[in-house]
Design a protein around this ligand. Structure first.
Ligand code: 4AD
Ligand code: MG
Length: 479
């Protein structure tokens, strides 16, 4: 008697094999002659059908086999008469592990809205849509590690509790060991936060980049892949308070090398998902097509999910400078007709409406924008000779906007310190970071990919809260 996940049973076992299948009941259907149970164990989007003859199972057992119950069925694999399935299990015995009271179990065999499923995030992995997303998420994470391992990068674990604000944007969550009921007070009677973390002010990391640079200056090529935190109160479909970021950092890379790596990397991991998640992607592709049909004709997207992924991996990304992009935007129809919510001119930070115009309307391809004005970018980016721009790059994707942000780093000690003074960062606070420029400085570059934005793109979902198992965003952290 073999016990295998359904995915392997369907793929590898011939008719006639005796099997035990353990999983959760998706549906039960009774006809005059038989009972049909669709079982799923999370290993695949495909259910396996288990069939008993009418009267074979006791009334008591049948009553417990409802949607959501966990059961094991044992019997031979036989050819199936059902459409879309080659084999099914002819039930010999059934064991009920855990029933699920149909009056109380929130998931029913029908399509629930994503909003409703967000309210029961603890159970939504049991739905087809979310189990497909989670398997794709897993495959993408594996592909990320594989890509870097295959290309000579070392995986560096950077701290989650840190005293630095890597982006200098001040969007940090504080970490504290204080007893909230008896906090130490300053002479003025205010809470003395300088005592926070064993006598130090600390926060949850917004990015592992600065520590990543230390790694690159020692190991050559490194990458991080860990949770990062932003206390921006953005209630958007693209922002989370806790998200996973992948940050490669490479010694001796300049901006051009950085762009080449970003493009090859993102295409390779998408290709991996297409090769290894075909069933799940086909399911999500269908789901999306159904959803598109409910939209007005002019709002329906031209490409299906699979076509969109194929398109991205087989076309070169457009590369242009921020200055060139502004030129295009200023002369665009929405700008002339005043349709952008935010006006656009040289020096402003691009809003997602501008990014999406460039990608979805103008070029209809992923775009890498480079050489942004120094004032709107972080202090660590290498300054261009013109004194106005820095060697930044953002990768913009259709439906997403910014998916990657990166740059060549300022490797000149004096220029970096001067820039820190300009933006109000105390060089002493980052003395360890400056040591990379003090001792054996080298040209280097890197970028950060928001993992959930990648999963959002690959799954075709519309809200970032639906591509992470336990979303942390304003009003969501119940468990
Ligand atoms: O552009 P960001 O802020 O860049 C950095 O943090 C750099 N230190 C990266 C580097 O050069 N090593 O963030 C990088 C990416 C963004 O492009 C976006 O994909 C994602 O992280 N991101 C978020 N994803 C989800 N929720 C948020 N609140 C995010 N903020 C940034
Ligand atoms: Mg950015």
């Amino acid at each position: 008697m073999s016990y295998l996940p359904i995915q392997q049973v369907l793929k590898t076992l011939p008719v006639g094999t005796d099997v035990t299948i353990k999983g959760w009941v998706r549906t039960k259907r009774e006809s005059k002659n038989a009972v049909f149970i669709a079982l799923n164990d999370g290993s695949t989007i495909n259910n396996i059908q288990a069939v008993a003859e009418a009267g074979q199972l006791s009334e008591d057992t049948l009553k417990l086999i409802t949607t959501g119950a966990c059961i094991a069925v044992t019997g031979p694999l036989v050819e199936s008469q059902g459409a879309g399935q080659a084999v099914e299990v002819k039930i010999v015995t059934v064991q009920v592990y855990g029933p699920a009271d149909p009056d109380k179990y929130p998931l029913q065999p029908k399509r629930h809205s994503l909003e409703f499923l967000r309210e029961i995030a603890h159970l939504r992995p049991r739905t087809n849509t979310f189990s497909a997303i989670l398997r794709i998420r897993h495959a993408l994470a594996f592909a990320v590690h594989k890509y870097f391992n295959d290309n000579g990068f070392y995986y560096l674990n950077t701290p989650i509790i840190t005293a630095s604000d890597a982006e200098g944007a001040g969007e940090m969550f504080r970490v504290t060991t204080l007893d909230a009921t008896k906090p130490p007070l300053t002479e003025e009677g205010k809470v003395d936060y300088s005592q926070d973390f064993f006598g130090r002010e600390t926060n949850l990391t917004v990015s592992g980049q600065l520590e990543g640079e230390l790694g690159a200056m020692a190991l050559g090529k490194i990458y991080t892949f860990g949770p990062t935190f932003r206390a921006e109160n953005s209630n958007t479909t693209r922002h989370l308070a806790e998200f996973w970021m992948i940050e490669p950092e490479m010694a001796f890379y300049e901006l051009e090398d950085n762009m080449n790596l970003a493009e090859d990397f993102v295409k390779t991991v998408i290709r991996y998902a297409l090769q290894h998640c075909a069933d799940d992607l086909a399911f999500l592709d269908n789901r999306l097509k159904e959803e598109e049909k409910t939209k007005k004709k002019e709002e329906q997207s031209e490409l299906g999910l699979l076509e969109k992924l194929q398109f991205v991996i087989s076309n070169e990304f457009v590369r242009l400078t921020y200055t060139e992009a502004i030129e295009i935007l200023v002369n665009s129809k929405p700008a002339k007709k005043g349709q952008f919510q935010y006006e656009v001119s040289w020096g402003v930070d691009l809003q997602s409406e501008h990014e999406r115009y460039l990608v979805e309307k103008h070029f209809k391809k992923p775009v890498i924008l480079t050489n942004y004005p120094r004032e709107i970018k972080a202090f660590y980016m290498k300054q261009d000779e013109d004194g106005k721009t820095v060697r930044a790059m953002d990768v913009l994707f259709p439906g997403i906007g910014e998916i990657i942000g990166g740059s060549q780093r300022e490797d000149d000690f004096d220029k970096l310190v001067a820039r820190m003074h300009e933006v109000g960062i105390e060089p002493e606070a980052l003395w360890w970071y400056l040591d990379t420029r003090r001792f054996g400085s080298a040209p280097h570059a890197g970028f950060g990919l928001g993992f959930e934005r990648l999963v959002l793109f690959v799954t075709g979902m519309g809200n970032i809260r639906d591509v992470i198992p336990f979303p942390r965003a304003p009003k969501t952290a119940e468990f």
